[in-house]
Design a protein around this ligand. Structure first.
Ligand code: GRG
Length: 299
């Protein structure tokens, strides 16, 4: 039997934060100074660590059991962390609170935060390489993992999603376009997290595809839940400024379908995620529990 989503998140937090703290320690030495402090601040600010939990649960669902998977999980989390640092900049969503703390550019300054965001990308790749080494993954398989992570982070994934999202401010999107923005901005990295867990365990194409289908559904559900929380949660609960989407006139599931419609849609994707596991013959109580958590979460 699997564990609860909370148990898995706590485990993923412990495993990943150990790696993040080690990276932070090194960055305090090189580059050191204010820039090193900003990098360490970004890495050490507490997050839910949902993506590491998905890497871990997918890895285990595919039969993996080596602790080196934490390196892969941390790599995904570091890419996510960079995206938050840049997303909060004045030229993007311009926010001053994140994870219950001042954003990096508020705590330091805009140039320092901009540089820190960029510097986190190679740090993520270094963490991935380290994890692949610990897992004794063959170079060819490692190349596939690295390609997947970078593809998800780039112009086919997160960068494209953010770009579309910024362009869509004040614009009314069709339902298909809205789903595409959500999928790329948030979903693709989550989908990749699930696939990376499978690939790291040596899963074949069918199993990786099942994990990808599951990830695609929970990825969209995650962003719809984020929209819902932005509209219905408080800044205190969220650790970031609530009500930002309305203020920036963002196209979201809530602006399109209303709170109840968006909630129904998130739940529908949660059920589709469980169905993907079932149809792929993959039994994982942990992935099932994470899907439920992602839909119903309160922060
Ligand atoms: C160059 C156009 C361009 C973009 C750069 C900044 C960027 C890439 C992408 C932004 C992607 C982004 C911030 C998407 C939102 C994802 C999201 C729902 C974040 C919240 O994630 P949680 O709830 O946060 O997991 P914690 O704090 O728990 O980790």
């Amino acid at each position: 039997m699997g564990m609860s989503a909370e148990g898995l998140l706590a485990e993923a937090r412990a495993l990943t934060e150990d790696r993040l703290a080690r990276r932070a320690g090194r960055l305090r030495e090189v580059p050191g100074g204010r820039q090193g402090e900003a990098l360490a601040y970004a890495l050490e600010t507490p997050g839910k660590r949902v993506r590491p939990a998905l890497v871990l649960a997918s890895y285990r669902a595919a039969g993996g059991s080596h602790p080196g998977i934490a390196g892969v999980a941390a790599a995904v989390e570091i890419v996510h962390t960079y995206s938050l640092v840049h997303d909060d900049l004045p030229c993007m969503d311009d926010d001053d609170q994140r994870r219950g703390r001042p954003t990096v550019h508020v705590r330091f300054d805009v140039p320092t935060a901009t540089r820190a965001g960029f510097q986190l990308v190679p740090v993520a790749v270094q963490e991935l390489i380290r994890g692949l080494g610990e897992l004794s993954i063959a170079p060819e398989a490692g190349r596939v993992l690295a390609a997947r992570l970078l593809e998800a982070s780039g112009i086919r994934g997160m960068v494209a999603g953010q770009w579309l999202d910024l362009e869509a401010e004040g614009v009314s999107l069709s339902r298909e376009d809205l789903a595409e923005v959500h999928r790329r901005k948030t979903g693709v990295l989550i989908e990749a997290a699930c696939e990376l867990g499978g690939l790291a365990a040596g899963a074949g194409p069918a199993l990786v595809a099942t994990l990808g289908r599951y990830g695609r559904e929970v990825g969209i559900a995650f962003q719809i839940a984020d929209d819902l929380l932005d509209a219905t949660g408080t800044s205190e609960e969220l650790g970031k400024t609530a009500g930002r989407d309305a203020k920036l006139a963002k196209a979201t599931y809530v602006s399109r379908l209303g709170v109840e419609g968006a909630r129904r849609e998130a739940r529908r994707h949660g059920r589709a995620a469980r169905a993907a596991l079932r149809e792929g013959g993959l039994e994982s109580a942990a992935l099932g529990a994470l899907a439920d958590y992602i839909v119903e979460r309160r922060s």
